[in-house]
Ligand binder design. Structure first.
Ligand code: ZN
Length: 381
């Protein structure tokens, strides 16, 4: 199977080179969102210019909430005077600014004063990318993406730049061949172009990120997502490079790549995978290992309770270890804390109480160190 797969990859590689010869137009990306605080591949909490945003869902209807950076308060993102926002049951009202209806779970993004999310029409099942101004008043449909069988956010990943949206689309199922694609949308005329595609059994292109005019994504077959291959698509000449195999997560900061190799450990390298150094040994099951970075610091999360050993001090080793232990302690007897996003001065979390109840919250980061105590924040209407 592996042989067939590698032959397929070679064939695709050849056809792509052939394709790029005809396409000499260079893609100018200009400004783009290079936030890298995603703890998992996608998120429902994010940092904006003036504060933090969450998507909350009740009875299938979603709405946006805003957390002020200076006060421990979460507000419904609505600019309408005299709006009640929520019904008595806590369901968002149709005409409230914060209402975004039916959405793909964890599809939040932020770019230049707009929040982005993927909405899904509950009648046609068509998913579309939307943007909402950071005060909640302006709602704009950016482009249609495609039809999905449900509302989980495994089908698309996307990045926003000032001229283009780039997204991956993988709608596969067991034992069936499908085509996974990397697509460019021109924001001006909404035209679409497939930049790269990959066909196989349950083929997936996912976890799209952008850095220095390179698109990075993970590629897998047979629903083997945690043993994915990291690929780099060069916008300048439209060529795809394979960087490393068998990774469960990665993050990029400028020209530095950090990736987690399953049952091996965490490495830092240049963006081509060269000059690598191993910063952690982790030879157990790391299926759910996640890496985020903010500033000079890295944050690791591993839901499968793996143990770790630092092997190098080249990147603030003591901080990595401290943060790692902090995140492992997130599951306590009386509450479970889910880390969602690493922002500049805090890690945004959700707190689920054992007896019921669900709150927004954060861990403060001071001089690179996570505070031990979570701050739980209630919603104020
Ligand atoms: Zn409202």
């Amino acid at each position: 199977m592996k042989k067939i797969l590698s032959i397929l990859m070679v064939l695709l590689g050849i056809s792509l080179v052939g394709c790029s010869k005809n396409k000499t137009e260079k893609i100018e990306v200009n400004a783009y969102s290079d936030s890298s605080g995603y703890i998992s591949q996608t998120t429902r909490a994010i940092e904006g210019k003036n504060g933090f945003y969450f998507i909350s869902t009740k009875f299938g209807k979603s709405y946006i909430e805003y957390m002020d950076p200076n006060y421990d308060e979460v507000h419904i993102l609505c600019s309408k005077i005299n709006c009640e926002h929520l019904s008595h049951e806590g369901v968002i009202l149709d005409d409230c600014d914060a209402n975004i209806g039916s959405v793909l779970y964890n599809s939040l993004n932020y770019f230049e004063n707009y929040l982005y999310y993927i909405g899904r029409d509950s009648a046609s099942y068509l998913c579309s990318l939307y943007k909402v101004s950071s005060d909640g008043s302006e709602h704009i449909k950016v482009c249609d993406l495609g039809i999905t069988p449900d509302e989980s956010n495994i089908y698309f990943s996307y990045v926003v730049t000032d001229n283009y949206i780039f997204y991956t689309q993988s709608i596969g199922s067991e034992n069936v061949k499908n085509d996974a694609s990397l697509i460019k949308v021109d924001i001006k005329d909404r035209s679409k172009e497939v930049l790269y595609h990959y066909e196989d059994m349950y083929a997936a292109l996912f976890d799209l990120k952008i850095s220095n005019n390179h698109l990075f994504f993970r590629k897998s077959s047979n629903n083997n997502l945690q043993y994915s291959q990291l690929c780099k698509f060069r916008l300048a000449d439209r060529k795809v490079d394979s960087i490393v195999d068998n990774i469960c997560s990665y993050t990029i900061k400028a020209d530095k790549l950090t990736y987690w190799k399953v049952e091996d450990g965490i490495y830092v390298s240049d963006i081509d995978g060269n000059n690598k150094s191993k910063i952690f040994i982790s030879d157990k099951n790391t299926m759910l290992g996640n890496i985020a970075n903010m500033g000079e610091n890295y944050y690791f999360e591993n839901i499968a309770n793996t143990s770790f050993d630092a092997t190098s001090e080249n990147i603030s080793g003591e901080l990595i270890q401290d943060k790692l232990q902090s995140i492992i302690q997130l599951k306590q007897e009386e509450q479970m804390i889910l880390p969602l996003y690493v922002a500049r001065d805090r890690v945004l979390v959700e707190v689920w109480k054992k007896g019921g109840g669900h709150y927004k919250g954060y861990y403060k980061i001071q001089e690179g160190i996570l505070d031990n105590n979570v701050v739980i924040v209630d919603c104020i209407k």
